[in-house]
Design a protein around this ligand. Structure first.
Ligand code: SAH
Length: 476
């Protein structure tokens, strides 16, 4: 390790910045954020300084720094991009033993500025020892996606119980486990999902349990999570976190294959779509199973394709949970319609073609089609049909019978967003024939309307297709 990582308290200390461009502004911003008094020396300041100018702790000197300006300085930042000025700063730093950093001039640096991930009070600082700042920055972006945005607030929240926990949880080695349980467990999860009251209540219970030294039977929790249409990149961060945290997962055939490797390895997996005897579990059985598992204290993940609240029976699934007072969370997912539209290059609305979009299901409660045709015949609208592949011919005939033109554009997106996505473009008259020829098996989403024509003009490339094309070319 070439540098010592430390977090410096610079509150009310003097920081000197030489330069008025963007880098100088960034240094000033950070120093001000950390409570320092900042003196900036430069004839002019660029626009990046504008948000800082009202700050009482920032003083602008329209001149070069002189020797007396360095008195009592804690840190010097050089950002003038002028070798002579940098050299002078360095001499001053040496003479008065002040820490110095000159941007991009390694020989004049006592310390380097890390890439920062700010979830105050949590701060992650990353450095490549000045060798490859871009790697540090890339890593920061990766962490940015891993660490939930309100993690800092979680630290504040849990931090306020620190003393109480320290006094109640003994010996010290037990404390670590206790904290881990709070952060990773239902307390942390409730807080991160925005339910502060519940987090507080659960934390209170955890503390009571220690107080009376009794380990009460804990109640589990159910997470109703939308897994999106199949591409794992389309999962939400919260979905991923709960997938990593659950004890048992209930899934059905709509959840894409590529999602499974992301579920915690040792979580029990129950396929509620198809049972061993090939019978599909009835909705009531699934709901009852969730209640039973939660009662055993398990964290139950109910993973659903797309979004749980769009043709996903999410409402029915939570009814029984709520009747039985089982705590639950609902996590939205990208629904098949929007996933398919994006990955097929068909905007669902467009100023010239469609001002509205209607989502319907072709699956009535008793298997019969239950469609309000008149509402679908309005012009300038896109119609997206879920669960329509098996009834495709009936649907197309229905559209035509109710006045749709034979050449009304229709798109079928089969296995949308997945590696085996297939897009079939046709019209009311020929779409069924085309679907049969392509022998698609579903899941398939159907998009009806003039927006389908845009696919051609947009020349859309599904994510990653371009990359694989490039790889092939590189191989040549
Ligand atoms: N809750 C889900 C929809 C469940 S209904 C969601 O929000 O997406 C099941 C129907 O969704 C399927 O019959 C099909 O029409 C559509 N569907 C789900 N996943 C799909 C996918 N990857 N590609 C195309 N259609 C899909």
């Amino acid at each position: 390790m070439d540098f010592l990582p430390i977090f410096l308290n610079i509150k009310n200390r003097k920081i000197l910045i030489d330069g008025g461009k963007m880098i100088a502004a960034r240094r000033a911003q950070r120093a001000l954020d950390a409570g320092a008094n900042v003196n900036v020396f430069s004839e002019q300041l660029c626009d990046d300084f504008l948000p800082l100018l009202d700050n009482q702790r920032l003083t602008h000197f329209k001149r070069l720094p002189k020797e007396e300006d360095f008195k009592d300085c804690l840190i010097i930042y050089g950002a003038s991009e002028d070798e002579k000025r940098d050299k002078f700063l360095y001499e001053m730093a040496q003479k008065y033993s002040i820490l110095i950093n000159v941007a991009d001039v390694y020989k004049y640096c006592d310390f380097i500025t890390p890439s920062i991930l700010d979830r105050s009070p949590l701060v992650v600082a990353i450095s490549s020892g000045g060798k490859a700042p871009i790697i540090a920055r890339t890593l920061r972006v990766k962490l940015e996606t891993l660490i939930p945005h309100n993690y800092g607030r979680l630290a504040n929240f849990l931090g306020s119980f620190r003393q109480e926990i320290a006094s109640k949880v003994k010996p010290t080695k037990n404390r670590r486990f206790f904290w881990e349980k709070l952060i990773e467990g239902t307390v942390g999860n409730s807080f991160l999902s925005g339910n502060v009251d519940r987090a507080q209540e659960l934390l209170g219970k955890e503390l009571d349990a220690i107080e009376f030294n009794k380990n009460k039977q804990k109640t589990g929790e159910v997470y109703l999570v939308g897994a999106g249409p199949g591409d794992p990149d389309l999962l939400t961060f919260r979905a991923l976190r709960l997938m990593q945290y659950c004890d048992v997962v209930l899934y059905d055939r709509l959840v894409g294959d590529e999602i499974f490797p992301l579920i915690r390895r040792d979580a029990e997996r129950i396929n509620v779509g198809k049972r061993a005897n090939n019978h599909t579990m009835a909705q009531e059985e699934i709901s009852q199973l969730m209640v039973d598992l939660a009662r055993q204290g398990k964290r139950v993940l109910r993973l659903k394709g797309g979004d749980p609240f769009l043709f996903g029976r999410g409402g029915e699934e939570i009814e029984l949970l709520s009747e039985n007072n089982i705590p639950f969370q609902i996590v939205p997912g990208i629904t098949a319609a929007t996933g398919a539209a994006s990955y097929a290059g068909i905007p669902l609305t467009h100023r010239d073609y469609a001002q509205s979009c209607t989502f319907i299901t072709a699956h009535g409660k008793d298997g019969a089609l239950d469609i309000d045709w008149d509402s679908l015949m309005r012009s300038n609208q896109t119609v997206v049909i879920y669960m329509g592949l098996n009834n495709l011919q009936t649907l197309a005939s229905g559209f035509i019978k109710h006045g749709a033109k034979l050449n009304t554009p229709v798109a079928l997106i089969d296995n949308a967003t997945r590696k085996n996505q297939t897009v079939i473009i046709g019209n009311m008259e020929n779409i069924n024939q085309k679907a049969m020829e392509a022998n698609i098996k579903g899941p398939t989403i159907i998009i009806v309307g003039d927006v389908v024509k845009l696919r051609e003009s947009l020349k859309w490339i599904k994510p990653y297709e371009e990359e694989s094309e490039m790889i092939i070319k590189a191989g040549d």
